[in-house]
Ligand binder design. Sequence first.
Ligand SMILES: Cc1cc2nc3c(=O)[nH]c(=O)nc-3n(C[C@H](O)[C@H](O)[C@H](O)COP(=O)(O)OP(=O)(O)OC[C@H]3O[C@@H](n4cnc5c(N)ncnc54)[C@H](O)[C@@H]3O)c2cc1C
Length: 298
Amino acid sequence: MSTVSPDAYAELAPMRRDEPLSRWTTLRLGGAAEFFFEPRTPDDLWKLLTRLDEDGVPYRMLGGGANVLAPDGGVPGAVIHTGSMRRIFRDGETGLRAWAGATNQQLVRAAAEHGLSGVEELIGVPGHVGGSLAMNAGSPSWGLWDQVTEVTLWQPGGEVVAKTPDEVQPSYRNGNLRGAIALEVLLHFEASAPAAVRAKQEAYLKRKNESQPVTLASAGCAFRNPDGDSAGRLIDAAGLKGAREGGVVVSEKHANFLVHEGGGTAADARALLARIEAEVQRQFDVALHRELVVWPEP
Ligand SMILES: Cc1cc2nc3c(=O)[nH]c(=O)nc-3n(C[C@H](O)[C@H](O)[C@H](O)COP(=O)(O)OP(=O)(O)OC[C@H]3O[C@@H](n4cnc5c(N)ncnc54)[C@H](O)[C@@H]3O)c2cc1C
């Protein structure tokens, strides 16, 4: 980035230098992004990506930062935050079109308002629609991709393409975007009544609030569930609830959540992840796979 003037991108997105990522991640960890861009529209986003790509500037996407562990040493180059791209539009009787920066909770509210059933299980899941497509966020039996009709993607090299779920082949907690960036998405729903949709949403929210440490600084589940089992059950059975590295601790409420209690570092979180992996492997011969996206130290 040092050879490229950030002014070159000014018409495409507002930009701040040395922006602390601890402000933008739900774990409240991470050093500064060298350049922090906030494009306002999908068009501006893909143009910015194309320019950065052509100029050889490294970039990372950040939505709600609800599943990212940002490095203590910060991120050289660009972090592109989708927080200013928040629009949702009605599309026909049973469709909603969302920009990548629309929040999951905006989507949940819009669905209820229009009596559209489909994304109830996204209630209480922090993050943006683009990040949630990348993660295929949802419950053990449902993910956001189940509602996708078509996603508009920017692909490295500069092409913008529309793809169906059959073409992308997402799977459990994995949007399978392979370096492509979600710009916007068309989602399909079942027609219902607003009150019925709200009632289902509230039931899911109640269950979520009872089982997860939702008021503490965390990044959701640290590990994907292994086939036929639950990562939380294994971590609990390994005796790791309450295990601590510095300021980061395994939640007493849900063993698959790491909670930052303050004063911690990304190094603490990485040490705890490694300790959990080693203990679960040693005690149960199960290799856990990380759901949490760990950005490397520079
Ligand atoms: C309290 C709490 C509860 C949670 N509960 C759940 C739950 O029930 N179910 C669940 O699935 N998750 C849960 N999570 C995790 C998190 O909410 C989801 O993974 C969410 O989808 C992350 O979205 P995000 O916008 O925050 O993504 P980020 O964390 O910002 O990014 C995640 C990944 O997506 C990439 N990315 C971001 N935007 C784009 C884009 N536009 N195009 C391509 N890639 C992109 C990032 O580079 C990164 O690799 C929870 C988290 C918390 C803190």
